[in-house]
Ligand binder design. Structure first.
Ligand SMILES: NC(=O)c1ccc[n+]([C@@H]2O[C@H](COP(=O)([O-])OP(=O)(O)OC[C@H]3O[C@@H](n4cnc5c(N)ncnc54)[C@H](OP(=O)(O)O)[C@@H]3O)[C@@H](O)[C@H]2O)c1
Length: 327
């Protein structure tokens, strides 16, 4: 089958190459999916560079999220062959979604709603499951709380804005430049801080009338997280999602104590299938009510993957880019 492989580490254009590879066999707890669409994002760039938490042996196929049809199942997998699904792939062992067929753990595979198109289904799982587990399960968000979303125009940030609004929070989005700010407003953010114009700590204090943030959704880390941590309400929670900036922020412990601030880890992969299925159903219900949607900002053909990854690497992308040969 045709696949994009990471054959050497480096920037996407030099790391990735088209290859003809054998169709992979699912392990006992996996399914094999004939891919209709694949969402690509920053972690795929990190995998090209070798800076991601998972580093399969070279060469390997990246691509974390797909939609498609189950064509084979291991003996312990519960998802029936023939079902149309949305799934997080087994990219961590090199069988990602930038291929004609991909593997996925059964626990990371959920039924796709019939009315949801291939592209939207491909980017529903990670962004929204992370936003839900972050805001609801780990962050215990309450209506009227001040929610600050960092990296707000990105893949998981755009999901957190919409879910935060749906849950009744006051959403303060942080993004770079007018184009990204406009997207955050369109998605429902009450306030947008363009951090190229306004310093983040001051922007949050102003937007919350001095109260500070109750909850910070942080896929960025580094200086952005540090700036947000200096504008917390007492009892606030910082949800640690990722490190788009290249590093996490490690705050001084004394700083957390003095303001009753919690740093809270968020990782969907640690939850069981019954729980993530419950979460998936709750999210699909919100999608059917038109409260949330996948923000597919660009669809690209299979041969255009390296250029699309370069756009993500160079911070030119917003929302989600989906590889999908259908219009
Ligand atoms: N914990 C989990 O389960 C989970 C789930 C999903 C994602 N993540 C992690 O979350 C992070 C973000 O993922 P994503 O898909 O949302 O990424 P994304 O779509 O590329 O968005 C990340 C945002 O981060 C900001 N940013 C700051 N410094 C950057 C840099 N040096 N390079 C690129 N972007 C930078 C950009 O916003 P501005 O340009 O507006 O500043 C960008 O829009 C990744 O580390 C990923 O691994 C974790």
């Amino acid at each position: 089958m045709k696949a994009w492989q990471i054959q050497q580490l480096g920037e996407p254009a030099e790391a990735i190459a088209l290859a003809d590879v054998p169709v992979p066999e699912p392990a006992d707890a996996e399914v094999r999916i004939a891919v209709d669409a694949t969402a690509i994002s920053l972690p795929d760039v990190f995998m090209c560079r070798g800076t991601y938490a998972f580093r399969p042996e070279l060469p390997f196929i990246p691509g974390q999220e797909v939609s498609g049809v189950v064509v084979a199942a291991g003996k312990d997998a519960k998802t029936p062959v023939g079902e149309r699904v949305m799934a997080v792939t087994s990219f961590f062992r090199g069988h990602g979604g930038l291929a004609e067929q991909a593997l996925a753990l059964d626990i990371a595979t959920h039924l796709a709603p019939k009315e949801m198109d291939h592209a939207e289904a491909a980017c529903f799982s990670i962004s929204y499951q992370t936003a839900y587990i972050g805001l609801v399960t780990r962050g215990e968000i309450k209506p009227e709380e001040n929610l600050v979303v960092l990296g707000a125009a990105g893949g998981t940030g755009t999901a957190a804005i919409q879910l935060g609004c749906a849950l009744g929070a006051r959403v303060i989005a942080v993004a770079a430049g007018e184009e990204k700010a406009a997207l955050c407003r369109e998605l429902g953010a009450d306030t947008v801080i363009d951090h190229t114009q306004v310093e983040i700590t001051e922007g949050i204090k102003e937007a919350t009338h001095g109260q500070g943030a109750d909850l910070v959704y942080d896929p960025v880390g580094g200086d952005a997280c540090k700036a947000a941590s200096l504008a917390m309400a007492s009892g606030g929670r910082i949800l640690i999602i990722g490190y788009a900036s290249g590093s996490y922020y490690d705050p001084p412990t004394a700083h957390l104590i003095m303001n009753n601030t919690s740093m809270v880890g968020v990782y969907v992969g640690a939850y069981s299938k019954p729980y993530t299925s419950e979460v998936s159903e709750a999210l699909v219900a919100l999608w059917r009510d038109k409260k949330i949607r996948s923000v597919v900002t660009k669809r690209v053909n299979f041969e255009d993957v390296p250029t699309a990854l370069e756009d993500i690497a160079n911070r030119r992308a917003t929302g989600k880019i989906v590889v999908c040969d259908e219009p």
